[in-house]
Design a protein around this ligand. Structure first.
Ligand SMILES: Cc1cc2nc3c(=O)[nH]c(=O)nc-3n(C[C@H](O)[C@H](O)[C@H](O)COP(=O)(O)O)c2cc1C
Length: 157
């Protein structure tokens, strides 16, 4: 079964860099929201949704994309993000939309991402310098391995 990762990563490509590591493990196609077409859903059994966190939620472009999707029949999804203060509670808006659309969320990943927007650039030149780092990439790949194992345990290839 093929995997598609949709990633909105506009501040420093932090989330895209994490998504690319996951894509290596999952042998996934990774795209930006602007390149998504609804008919792609027929070709992929597992969809990853990721972005930086903006004001406590995923980026509006990926929330809007999920909102516009047709209802799904238990298609598997995973959700990931980078942010200044990583917390899966900030996945709630995305998770709620995906659940309402009929996706089954099989995993979530979050880690720190560099941020130098607005006032934060005056604090030591930004927050979370160097993140995501090597350890974050390893964690992202380990997460992807678990997702892959879950898929194969559930009869998917
Ligand atoms: C306008 C703006 C709003 C942000 N809001 C939050 C926030 O609410 N919580 C948080 O932890 N990080 C916040 N951040 C930090 C980003 O989530 C973080 O830098 C992330 O790694 C950016 O990912 P990207 O490079 O993939 O876009 C914000 C950053 C920007 C630029």
């Amino acid at each position: 079964m093929k995997t598609l990762i949709i990633c909105a990563s506009y501040h420093h490509k932090n989330t895209m860099n994490i998504g690319k590591k996951m894509a290596e493990v999952l042998d996934a196609t990774i795209i930006e929201p602007k390149d998504f077409h609804e008919d792609m859903l027929n070709r992929y059994g597992l969809i990853g949704f990721g972005s930086g966190i903006y004001n406590g939620k995923h980026h509006k472009s990926i929330l809007a994309l999920a909102n516009q999707m047709k209802e799904q029949q238990h298609k598997h999804a995973f959700v990931f993000s980078t942010s200044t203060i990583p917390a899966k509670t900030m996945h709630k808006a995305m998770n709620d939309i995906l659940t309402e659309k009929g996706f089954k969320i099989i995993g979530q990943f979050s880690c720190k991402g560099f941020m130098n927007y607005s006032f934060s650039k005056y604090i030591f030149g930004g927050l979370n310098k160097g993140r995501p780092n090597k350890r974050d990439y390893i964690d992202a790949m380990n997460f992807a391995k678990k997702i892959k194992a879950y898929q194969s345990d559930n009869g998917e290839k």
